[in-house]
Design a protein around this ligand. Structure first.
Ligand code: 5GP
Length: 178
């Protein structure tokens, strides 16, 4: 794999396509084995998770539902700065086991917000699968149930993840050099 230059920044190869494929398969089988006989709803957090979600769900041989949600920033009424809220959530979640599908968990702030919103919607049980986790910076309150790759605190792109809009269509994952 060669380096990539995006918006004048150099990205070096980090996790190749075959490694990703094997990991996604492994995660899919784990989820399948742990969640038989449950009323499963996968909630994919856009935009970055779209590639991972498509591949992961095709590794799971169960009857499942999937929804796609986006986080929208808005100014809070109090002067607490920007707050993010889930948009697009119309399903009634009562009695359902929700599995949140994330591409990457960094500090865990986003994930905590998503979990809070889903609890309010009545989800019976919430689990999380993330392809990438940065353990050095993670400060979230929820244990990640299904972890793909634990990575250092570098900025990564590819396989759905972007740098300023570009790079989502790369088949492998790349990271910044500096
Ligand atoms: P957190 O709230 O966990 O700090 O950040 C999570 C969000 O930040 C991710 O869903 C993603 O949008 C973005 N993010 C965090 N680290 C990276 C990274 O290395 N690369 C890219 N492309 N986005 C990242």
């Amino acid at each position: 794999m060669n380096t990539r230059v995006i918006h004048n920044k150099v990205f070096e190869p980090f996790i190749d396509e075959e490694e990703i494929k094997a990991k996604v398969k492994e995660l899919g089988k784990q989820i399948e084995n742990d969640n038989r006989d449950r009323n499963l709803l996968f909630i994919s957090i856009l935009n970055g998770s779209y590639v991972f979600t498509a591949d992961l769900l095709r590794e799971i041989d169960l009857d499942i539902n999937v929804s796609f949600l986006k986080l929208a920033s808005y100014e809070g009424l109090k002067s607490t700065g920007k707050v993010k809220r889930l948009i697009g959530l119309s399903d009634d979640l009562s009695g359902k086991t929700v599995i949140i599908v994330e591409d990457i968990v960094d500090t865990g702030k986003t994930l905590d917000q998503v979990i809070e919103d889903l609890r309010k919607q009545g989800a019976a049980e919430i689990r999380v699968v993330s392809l990438l986790i940065k353990p050095e910076v993670y400060r979230g309150s929820h244990e990640i149930d299904y972890k793909g790759f634990e990575i250092p605190n570098d900025f990564v792109i590819g396989y759905g993840l972007d740098f300023d809009g570009l790079g989502r269509n790369l088949r492998s994952i790349y990271r910044t050099r500096d």
